[in-house]
Design a protein around this ligand. Structure first.
Ligand code: CUA
Length: 292
């Protein structure tokens, strides 16, 4: 659709520029009959071509819709996505509780398998939109909507909240990472585990900083006493590509800036500033970046 429309746009602009700048015979007010016939033929041809192109789009649209409707199977991968101002809570459902996975702002899906998203919201209306996978679907507080997606090839597909939901609506993005089934299974396996224990004294100190500061009031790190649900689950924070719902790449520098003064980076979000001493911050970073 993009390329067809691009070609048409360029052609239309070309004809328009030609019409504007073509040399005109001076003093001639009546169009010759053969010129008029040629113009009429050109207009009819343009209308017919437009109709044909739109018809082809209609058929393509119809087939795409049919393919999307045919995704519903009895054994889909079910993922619950809850919108928050301004991040995405992601839960992989499982019949066995120990196989459930909670993460944030990043969905992994296996290529070629239908995925059923169960969408809801914690606060205001948001809208889930990953243009490469499906259209938009609203996330409504107190109500669950569903959306089927399937990735036919591996890749990273960016999604964006598509319903104005407050100050940081624009910074409410997510990534859908489609990977081969084996890679997906390995990822899911790894995410099921609680966070690893600190492996050195610095990380140990970092964990103490985390557990003794305001972090625990909002965040969960499974395997530690931190179990609050008001903010993204950090159990495997270091495995994610982005921070703050697609706002920043997940680097130690960004993470440090985010911890110290998140309001500077994403004004209005719920993360308060944290004044830590330099050594405490370094220890906390060492711990958080170890949470692969
Ligand atoms: Cu959430 Cu816009």
């Amino acid at each position: 659709m993009l390329w067809v429309c691009t070609v048409i746009f360029v052609l239309v602009m070309g004809f328009l520029l030609y019409a504007v700048f073509r040399p005109r015979p001076q003093g001639q007010t009546v169009t010759a009959p053969q010129t008029e016939r040629r113009t009429a033929r050109a207009v009819v041809a343009a209308v017919v071509i437009t109709g044909l192109v739109l018809f082809v789009f209609l058929v393509a649209d119809f087939w795409t819709d049919r393919a999307l409707a045919a995704l519903s199977t009895s054994q889909p991968l079910k993922i619950k996505v809850t919108g928050h101002q301004w991040w995405w809570d992601v839960e992989y459902e499982a019949t066995v509780p120990s196989q459930m996975v909670t993460t944030a702002n990043e969905l992994h899906i296996p290529v070629g398998r239908p995925v059923l998203l169960e969408l809801t919201s914690h606060d205001v209306i948001h809208s889930f939109w990953v243009p490469n996978l499906h259209g938009k679907k609203d996330l409504i507080p107190g109500y669950v909507t569903t959306l089927w997606i399937q990735a036919d090839q591996p890749g990273v597909f960016r999604g964006q909240c598509a319903e104005f939901c407050g100050h940081q609506h624009a910074h409410m993005a997510l990534l859908v990472i489609a990977e081969p089934p084996e890679a997906f299974a390995a990822w899911r396996e790894a995410q099921q585990h609680p966070a690893g224990a600190p492996s050195d004294a610095l990380q140990q100190r970092g964990q103490e900083v985390f557990l003794s500061s305001a972090c625990v009031l909002c965040h969960t790190i499974r395997g530690t006493p931190a179990g609050a649900k008001a903010a993204p689950d950090l159990t495997h924070l270091a495995s994610r590509q982005m921070l703050a719902a697609g706002t920043l790449y997940n680097t130690p520098g960004h993470l440090a800036g985010w911890i110290v003064d998140a309001q500077q980076l994403k004004p209005g979000n719920k993360m308060p500033p944290n004044s830590l001493t330099g050594s405490d911050l370094q220890a906390l970073l060492a711990y958080l970046t170890s949470l692969k």
